[in-house]
Design a protein around this ligand. Structure first.
Ligand SMILES: *Cc1c(COP(=O)(O)O)cnc(C)c1O
Length: 392
């Protein structure tokens, strides 16, 4: 007989999913009710309001897509890009490449602005791309590149798009809840995120928000949105329909309980406090890693607090370290992707996983593992360095 599955209890300090709080897991185990039940609809209304708070937006079209972050990405592109539309796509890591793929699959023309992995999107290159191309409909970029640990200046990029009368599509999967994000203040038109990074919810839901300009653009489409499931005009009958909500698809009822609970916790903490917590623990982790002799890939001024890309010390088998951390400490950290594979680790400090215990635990587990492998690191300095940040 096949046995029930009982996952090991891990500490998740990779690029996501992050540790899920027991409160969120408990919410998920509450009884399933109908997705048109008046009590469920009341919960949906609360969820939408809390999501508006998290995104800092008044956008009416703010809702969770019933699928992971990649589906939120696709929802933005499939609704806003029509065949022949020009889209400037900024690429400085893995996720910009997926944006290009989306644009091209929906018949758009992707104008690429490329920056090195580990660097932010360069606003000067974006200006140049607008200058070289007329009638650009959309500027698309990733706010927080999880593949490298880089933050781009979303506010400055949105200003450029506005000046050229283009819409913006912004990936905030890793920034939402972890670093400053101001959808209305920065004038973002379409934004998507995920639940499993800094909101510390199980994966599988993608919150999105569309500005009035974006909604008007969708309404003015010349062609039908090529995806039935992600067509925002149709989904709004369910999420935006008030008392007259109509069946579109069966919402993932229990996953939405979990997301509701995660957003309640964000409200309790306060959005700005959550941003500050991420940067505080990042400072402690950084002090510890640097004291050990481990260096960061990304320059300090555009480093993400919630995703720390650090160089693997010379001569160390990085995969062996990750597998020992998992086996000996039940600790997950992330590997490098693409050109950075084998060269860096990605240490996440996201959502509920971003706390003092995890910082100290990760530093001591990494230090003792590296010391056992005779890696060229300084031993005995990391914990005092992190502690001194906490004692300041
Ligand atoms: C994780 C991530 C995604 C994809 O989200 P999934 O939930 O894995 O589909 C997209 N963009 C960024 C920046 C991410 O970090």
């Amino acid at each position: 007989m096949t046995q029930s599955f009982h996952p090991p209890v891990r500490t998740l300090m990779g690029p996501g999913p992050s540790d899920v709080s027991p409160r969120v897991l408990a919410a998920m185990a509450r009884p399933t009710i109908g997705h048109l039940d008046p009590e469920f609809i009341r919960m949906m209304d609360e969820l939408k309001q809390m999501l508006q708070y998290a995104f800092k937006t008044e956008n009416a079209l703010t809702m969770p897509v019933s699928a992971p972050g990649s589906a939120g990405m696709e929802a933005c592109f499939v609704n806003l890009v029509e065949p022949g539309d020009k889209v400037i796509v900024c690429q400085n890591g893995v996720f910009g490449g997926r944006m290009k793929e989306n644009v091209e699959r929906f018949g758009g023309i992707a104008i690429m602005v490329e920056d090195d992995w580990g660097k932010p999107v360069d606003p000067i290159k974006v200006e140049a791309a607008f200058a070289a191309n007329s009638d650009v409909k959309v500027l698309a970029f990733v706010h927080a590149e999880t593949s490298t640990g880089v933050m781009s200046d979303a506010k400055a990029l949105c200003e450029i798009a506005r000046k050229h009368n283009a819409l913006t599509i912004v990936d905030t999967v890793t920034s939402l809840g972890g670093s400053e994000l101001d959808v209305d203040g920065w004038g973002i038109d379409a934004v998507y995120s995920g639940t499993q990074k800094c909101l510390s919810c199980p994966p599988g839901i993608s919150p999105i928000s569309f500005s009035e300009r974006a909604v008007a653009t969708v309404a003015a489409r010349k062609s039908k949105t090529p995806s039935w499931f992600l067509d925002k005009k149709l989904v709004m009958g369910y999420w935006g329909g008030g008392a007259k909500r109509a069946y579109h698809h069966t919402a993932p009822v229990n996953s939405l309980y979990a997301f509701h609970e995660a957003l309640v916790m964000l409200e309790e903490e306060g959005l700005e406090n959550s941003w500050a917590r991420h940067s505080h623990h990042h400072n402690a982790l950084r002090a510890g890693l640097e004291a050990m002799g481990i260096n960061f890939l990304v320059d300090e001024e555009y480093r993400l607090p919630q995703l720390n890309s650090v160089f693997v010390p010379a001569g160390v088998d990085e995969a062996e370290v990750r597998s020992r951390l998992l086996q000996d400490y039940n600790l997950e950290i992330g590997a490098g992707l693409g050109a950075l594979a084998g060269k860096v680790w990605r240490i996440g400090l996201m959502g509920a996983a971003c706390n003092k215990r995890n910082v100290l635990f990760c530093l001591s587990a990494l230090e003792s593992t590296l010391a056992q492998m005779d890696a060229p690191i300084s031993v005995g300095k990391a914990l005092p360095a992190a502690q001194s940040v906490y004692n300041d």
